[in-house]
Every structure is written in structure tokens, then in C-alpha cells.
Write a protein that binds this ligand. Structure first.
Ligand SMILES: [Fe+2]
Length: 384
């Protein structure tokens, strides 16, 4: 067995109603002043008020920064860091979808030098973190509550970039499936397919380990088994729970194993305004088809995790069946199937390939080498 290491969040509190543990957890760590980083929707839903009351009831003072937009910009992260700078906060609490959590993480990383935040883009550039970090996801998809990544959009370059640092692992993450009940079918579908992509890319990654394989396969099983139900009936808390658990496990897997070409292309599509989950859902089957020959035995193992009958099939046949099932899942939950579906035509094709190629951090983990020619081949197959 190759040497491997594994990291995750300091503590995860998982289950229906976990939100009410925010105050006691903060108090037990001796945190007295918190800034809740969130968005207007969370305020409107009353979740921010509920959280703030819970914090206050446990002796933790809380202010609110509710300026996070979807697919958040570098500027918003800088603004958040500036809100934290010199105000005596000892805890930042991210509440919301991946956008809110990523801004909370980036803000925490840069609170001593907000304008210097661009320097932290990349891997291992953050010098440290002097504030507690709590994360409370309200979507089941990004897995950011258990990863060292914060993704922001550089609006000047129209490019999504990541801050990746072990200092961005949360001290505590509260994973409460009831918080996802208000999500629409389309958000549930897109975020769920993002989580499925995390699981599959981590599983076939060059940096996969026995630990990440275990987590990734279970995530594939949970998401594959329940995403249709969660999308068809948003009040099905059982299905919501399974998908959210799958999303967290997938996050733990990819935080350590890394992601691959699906995410490289999705990051490029993000610069064109295609939301992250939809971009991944769309590209996942095409990249799987390209990657399958690199490790037929591994792709074959995805089939039983997806609930498929594989008796008597060769690895090649089982792997093919798994890819087809993932494509059908994406279609069944209403995600886009081709680049044409998301408004990307031949006019932006070359730029898409180039921007995808720029994501070398991700492409390095892809099980089959993917240079410009290969990315072009994959994207061409997805044009529609
Ligand atoms: Fe993702």
C-alpha cells in the first residue's frame, strides 16, 4: 500500500436539528464574539435569527455579515475579511450554501490583511488562522464544511480561483439535513450532482487512498440511491439526510484525494456564468467516458455502488454501465446534458478548452493525462 495521509474538519456534528448545537459548541471552545457570514436568503428564511439567538443563549455575542452573493467574488471575500479585521471577533460562523461558507473561510484566512487576500490564492499560501471557524451548510453538495478549499470568482479576469490551505478546515461543522428542506428541486439536483462528481472524481483520482475510496463509494451509494427522491419531493427528509451525508463523505474524500478534469472544465464554465453544480452534472459522464480506460477495474467498482447488477459482466462492461447510469441520473433530475444546453457554442469553445487547461491543480489528479488535445476532445464530445 502506498503511503497516505488523511485530514478532515476538527469535529463534525451531524443529524437533524444539529443547528442548535452551534451555541454550546462555540461556548465550549471559549468563543465569546462571533461574526455570522451569510446571505439575504438565510436572513429572510429566519435561519440567521435562529442561529444568533442560539449563540446568544449560550453566551456568545453575534453580529451578521449578510452580503454574500451566489458564486461569490474576490471583492466580497475581501469585504468579509475587512469586517473581521481588528473588531475583536474570535469566531466566524459560515451559514448557507457553499458561497457563504467559502467567503467565511476566505475572510477568516485574510482577516489580518484583507487587501492581501489575492496573495493567498493557490495552495498552501495562507500563513495561519487566528479565529475560530464554524461552518453550517444549508445545501447538500459542495462539501466545503469538511474541505480546505474556498472558491472565489475573480471578476476582473472572469476566472474562478481557489484558496487551498489546511488552515481552512473548520474547527466544527454542523451538518443538519433539515436546513436543506427549503431548497428548490433545481438547486437540490445541481448541488447533489456536484457531490456525486466529488465522490467519483475522488474515487478515480491518482491520489485516492483506501480511506478516501471507502468514503467516496459510500457517498456514491447514498447520493445515487436518494437524489431522485430528494429532487422529486423536497419534503422527504429521509432522502435529504442521505444526500447530505453523501455530500459530506464525498467532501472528506475529495479534500484528501483531489478532484479531476470534470472540475477543471466546470471551473472554466464558472467563468462563463454556468453555476458549479450544473457545470459538473453536465461534464461528468463525458469525462468518465474519457477516463474509463485508465482504470477499468476501478470504474467497475462504481456500478454496484450505484445499485447496478454486475454479475457476469467484465470490468469494462460494468464500468460502462456505471457511466451510463450517472448520465441517466443527471438527466432524470433535470440537469443540462450538453454545452449547448448551457449556452456554450463553438464561438467560445477554444476559450473554454484553454481556461480548462489552466486548471492544472485539478488536472494533475485526473486518472488519465489530459492536455489541451484531450480536453478539446472531451469538450467536443459534450458540445451537443
Ligand atoms: Fe464541486
Amino acid at each position: 500500500m502506498d503511503l497516505f495521509a488523511f485530514r478532515t474538519a476538527g469535529k463534525v456534528v451531524v443529524g437533524r436539528g444539529a443547528l442548535v448545537q452551534a451555541g454550546p459548541e462555540a461556548a465550549s471552545l471559549g468563543k465569546g464574539r462571533a461574526l455570522v457570514v451569510t446571505d439575504g436568503t438565510m436572513v429572510d428564511l429566519g435561519l440567521v435569527q435562529k442561529l444568533v439567538q442560539n449563540l446568544q443563549a449560550n453566551g456568545v455575542e453575534a453580529d451578521v455579515f449578510a452580503d454574500v452573493e451566489p458564486e461569490p467574488s474576490l471583492k466580497t471575500a475581501i469585504k468579509c475579511a475587512a469586517r473581521l479585521q481588528g473588531k475583536g471577533y474570535d469566531l466566524v460562523v459560515g451559514l448557507g450554501g457553499g458561497s457563504c461558507l467559502d467567503v467565511a473561510k476566505a475572510g477568516a484566512a485574510a482577516m489580518e490583511d484583507p487587501q492581501g487576500l489575492p496573495r493567498y490564492l493557490g495552495t498552501n499560501k495562507v500563513p495561519g488562522r487566528k479565529i475560530g471557524l464554524f461552518l453550517i451548510p444549508t445545501t447538500a453538495g459542495t462539501g466545503t464544511e469538511v474541505t480546505p478549499n474556498a472558491i472565489v470568482l475573480d471578476t476582473d479576469k472572469q476566472e474562478k480561483q481557489g484558496i487551498v490551505s489546511p488552515y481552512l478546515y473548520a474547527d466544527v461543522s454542523l451538518v443538519d439535513p433539515e436546513l436543506t428542506l427549503s431548497k428548490s428541486a433545481s438547486v437540490t439536483a445541481a448541488t447533489g450532482m456536484d457531490a456525486m462528481t466529488h465522490a467519483i472524481e475522488a474515487f478515480v483520482s491518482r491520489n485516492a487512498s483506501p480511506m478516501t475510496d471507502l468514503l467516496a463509494l459510500e457517498a456514491v451509494r447514498l447520493i445515487g440511491g436518494s437524489l431522485r427522491k430528494a429532487v422529486a419531493d423536497g419534503s422527504d427528509v429521509e432522502a435529504r439526510e442521505q444526500v447530505m451525508m453523501g455530500s459530506m463523505l464525498a467532501g472528506m474524500a475529495f479534500a484528501n484525494a483531489g478532484l479531476g478534469a470534470v472540475h477543471a472544465i466546470a471551473m472554466a464554465l464558472g467563468g462563463f456564468g454556468v453555476t458549479h453544480g450544473r457545470a459538473n452534472a453536465l461534464m461528468l459522464p463525458y469525462v468518465m467516458r474519457f477516463n474509463r480506460e485508465s482504470s477499468p477495474a476501478k470504474f467497475a467498482r462504481l456500478a454496484p455502488a450505484l445499485g447496478l447488477e454486475v454479475q457476469g459482466l467484465s470490468d469494462d462492461e460494468a464500468g460502462k454501465k456505471a457511466v451510463d447510469a450517472v448520465a441517466v441520473l443527471g438527466k432524470d433530475v433535470g440537469c443540462p446534458q450538453t454545452l449547448k444546453d448551457v449556452g456554450i457554442g463553438p464561438d467560445r469553445f477554444d476559450l473554454l478548452v484553454k481556461k480548462s487547461f489552466d486548471q492544472q491543480r485539478l488536472l494533475a489528479n485526473n486518472p488519465r493525462p489530459a492536455g489541451m488535445a484531450e480536453l478539446e476532445q472531451i469538450c467536443r464530445s459534450a458540445l451537443g
